[in-house]
Each structure stands twice: as structure tokens, then as C-alpha cells.
Design a protein around this ligand. Sequence first.
Ligand SMILES: [Zn+2]
Length: 441
Amino acid sequence: MPAHYDLLIRNGTCVLPWGSEDTGVGVREGRIAALGVTADATADTVVDATGLHVLPGLIDPHVHLRDPGNKAVESIPSGTRGAVLGGLTAVFDMPNTSPPIIDAESLAWKQSYIDDVAWCDMGIYFGATKTNIPSLAAMELGRGVCAIKVFAGSSTGNLMVEDDEHIEMVMRSGRRRIAYHSEDEYRLQERKPMFKPGDPYRSHMVWRDEECAFLGTRRLMALARKTGRQAHILHVSTWQELEFLKDFRDISTCEVLLNHLTQVAPDCYDRLEGFGVMNPPIRGEEHRALAWKAINDGTVDTVGSDHAPHPREKKLLPWPQCPSGLTGVQTLVPIMLDHVNAGRLSLGRMVDLMSAGPARVYGIAGKGRLAAGYDADFTLVDMKHQRRIEESWLATPCGWSPFTGMDVTGWPIATIIRGNVVMREDEVLGEPAGKLVNFVG
Ligand SMILES: [Zn+2]
């Protein structure tokens, strides 16, 4: 008797962990039931993927959905809607909200809120503070918690653990991998008086210079070695750190952002002004070039957007009053596909960075590869589709993108989460049914 499935994806080119194959994928009860489905198989729903690549669900492990906070800027419903429109099946959300996610009560609120309103699956970062360290070992095992996040240098919000003594206490508090914003706070504060309000926007990268980031990472690696605690350095922005981290592969993984791979100083500051200001800053071509080298030699484990919306009117303020952070959750996949088409990385490596990479770094259970038994999460992409990124397409209420007007080749055509087609050709389908991601504690 021919096999019957809930969902069948036919005629696509599947990017499997061991290479690309033209094969059908059968789904039952939200999980991949079979690869290599025979021609006579039937299904309740058949997706014809002719001309498309079928990727395992792509994950953005670094977003700030500002919820709770200002819904006129971003929220979990709007941010996850942008995510599925942009071809993502899961996002991991940062804790520096207002109020922040730093105790059992705020975590419980966020867990149940996500169950009700998210369009894609989600992981939750739990923020470390100098006063909640005794709770971290329990909190990192909470439902949907992807990692403890430490802001070792200041950014949006006021979560900060900047001194070695407290960072070491955090490292000794539990056992899962910890994610770090690595910039040396002391050097940031020391250099601040060198600048004055109204200085050019490019002053941002002079203030938060390469040594701020590199010194932060050197301090973290020394402490990680001392304590034996696994680390993940978020948004590495300098070639010095990428070279340095090669000697710490036993203890640390790292992330590079799409912005640092795509934009470059001084162009971004001249062209985008406040809309090019983020932490760590976008830097010169030597850093971008080495980031690409580190993508292709395997130094980098994950790529994220660091989607961090702010109101347009605030980004128009002179430096340094304009807040740091750029939008990007919805444009991450299209621009990465454009980089693939430009020959900067292979499609297989992109999948490794955006699906298998987050699964390995954060310990996701049941996602990150197209294989039997895994969650039926898929991103279907048309590698030939050409399109211009326009603000009218953005779901984020803040309404702007640093990539507006960019022409890209390669576009997400469908997003499928646990067997449900949630986006097809720019249309969001059904009801919000995102769940918290399961992690191997
Ligand atoms: Zn961030």
C-alpha cells in the first residue's frame, strides 16, 4: 500500500546534512517521517517545490523583539510575523526588554505569552545581573530558555555584568553554554569623554574601537578557561577576535552578524547616518573581509540579524543620542541568499550557519537538520527570484530597514513549521502557533 502523509513536499532540491538531493519529504504529526518518498505516496497537503530548494528551518538566534516594551516599535506578534515572512522558523529573543527577563516571574510571563501569540518557534535568553546569579543554574533549565545572556559591555537597557569577579560567579553558576555581549565596559567609559554631542556618526566606531571588543573577548576567554564553562561570543566584529578565537574552539563558539558581513564603514555612516549605528559598531573593510574568511574556514558557528528596532525619530537624532540597533529579522534570509548567489558562501554553508549551527551551539532538541524524526521545519527558497527590499513589505511597526532599496537574488517562498505552512509567497497563513523550542538541558 502506498504511504500516506499529512504533508508531502515534492520535486524540490533538499539540502541534507550530507549534501543536496532531489527527493520528496513526507511529514506526519509535525515531524519528518521519510526522505526519498516514492512517487505513489499520497498526502493531505502536497507542496510542489519545483524549482525550489528545501532547507531545514532557518533560525535567527539573535533578535530583540522589545516585548514587553513599546509595541509601536516591535512586539513578539509583529516580530515573529516578520520572521516567518522572511523565511525563519524560529528566533531566539534577548532579555533586555522593559521590564527585562531576569527573574522567575518575568520568565513565566514570557513563556505563556509566547504560547499564545508567536508566529514562529522561539527560544528565550535569560538575562544575568549582579544580583540574580544564585538563580541562574535553575533559570537556564527553564522551558524554552536557549541560554543565559551576559551583557559584559553596555548596550540598550541596563543589564550589565562588567567586572571579572561577577562574570566568574556567573560562569560558576550553572553548566550550559553562556552567550556574551563582549565589549570592555571600562574602556568604553574611559573613551567617552574624547567625543562630544553632534560628532559625526562614524565616531561610534572610533569610540567603541576594535580594542574594546578584543579586550572584552580576551577577558572572557581567560575566565572561560579558568572555570571550564562553555561560551558563545555574540556578534564578533573584529578580525582580531576571529583570529584569537581559533585557539579557543574547545571552550567557545561564536556568531557573526549579517550587518557586519554586508555593511562597511565609513560608507554605512555616510549613507545611513543614525540608521547605521549599532553595537558593536560596523567597522572597516579589513574586518568585513576577514569575517567572510572566517565564515568559509569554519571559525564562525552561527549568523544572526541582531534585529533591534528603535523608533525612526530616535534614529534621526544626532550622535550619540541616536540609540544603537538595526532592524533585520525579515531581511536576514533574503540577504544571505544574495550572498550565496554572489559566491561569498555556499548554500550548504548557509544552512550549516543558520540551522545546524544554532542547534549545535544552543543544544536544540529535534531541529537543525532534514532527517527522519526531526521537527518538520522547512524554509523553501527560490535561488533565482530577484527582488528589491522595500519598507512596505516589513512587518515591524518601526517601519525602517538599513537595507531598503537593496536588490537581492534569492528569496524565501514558503515557511513551514512542524508541518504547518505558515507563510506562502508573502502571505502569512493560519493562526499564531509558535512554540517554545526544546533544548537539551
Ligand atoms: Zn543584540
